[in-house]
Design a protein around this ligand. Structure first.
Ligand code: GTP
Ligand code: MG
Length: 190
């Protein structure tokens, strides 16, 4: 899928700020620093559409990007960032849950996991929730450029058992690996 136009549409820090849906939405979920915003930039071919940072907790709230009048990509706030206050984390959890539970236009979720780290408790809980809610998702293993070819192959074998039946998409926002597969997966959901 070739993107010709992508633009910031809205940021929501509370449920009331979530904009009305204008069409199907695909959300990116995952820990802080896993590379959600970087992957969005790579997917749309823009270096600085979504703000990225090596400091976790860069993206605050839900960020909506309109893609060619066809689709909205939603950058979900990263969880697992210890330096956030308890209260703030609880607010965001409620915000993300509100979004996932009420967005009938949500066509799919990309669950991003750092390939070096693998999925943890939060990711498995999210996948279970999506299964139960009947929302399609796929696993995306990010930052594959950080491992050499043979270490990556070993790592993928180690992780294989973690993903029941589904083949995860191996991706790099730096090199662009996996981006075509991600767009294909999205295309099948629209
Ligand atoms: P939050 O907004 O805090 O939830 O983080 P995020 O998931 O949006 O992560 P972000 O895209 O801001 O990336 C975090 C850091 O990882 C940045 O320093 C990025 O440059 C780096 N990064 C992201 N993707 C990749 C990748 O594929 N390869 C490499 N080598 N670095 C990456
Ligand atoms: Mg971000």
């Amino acid at each position: 899928m070739k993107v010709s136009h992508a633009e910031f549409r809205a940021a929501a820090r509370r449920p009331a700020e979530i904009p009305p849906a204008i069409g199907p939405e695909i959300a990116l979920a995952g820990r802080s620093n896993v590379g959600k915003s970087s992957l969005i930039n790579r997917m749309v071919g823009r270096r600085r559409l979504a703000r990225t940072s090596s400091t976790p907790g860069c993206t605050r709230g839900l960020i909506f990007y309109a893609i060619d009048d066809r689709l909205t990509l939603v950058d979900l706030p990263g969880y697992g960032w210890a330096r956030r206050s308890q209260a703030e984390r609880a607010t965001w959890k409620a915000l993300v849950e509100h979004y996932l539970e009420h967005r009938s236009e949500l066509a799919g979720v990309l669950i991003l996991v750092d390939v070096r780290r693998g999925p943890g408790e939060e990711e498995r809980m999210l996948a279970d929730y999506l299964d139960r809610a009947g929302i399609a998702y796929t696993w995306v293993l990010t930052k594959c450029d950080k491992l050499g070819r043979s270490r990556l192959a070993t790592r993928l074998r180690e992780l294989a058992g973690e993903f029941s039946m589904v083949e995860p998409i191996v991706a790099s926002a730096v090199r662009g690996d996996g981006v075509d597969r991600i767009w294909r997966w999205i295309g099948e959901r629209l």
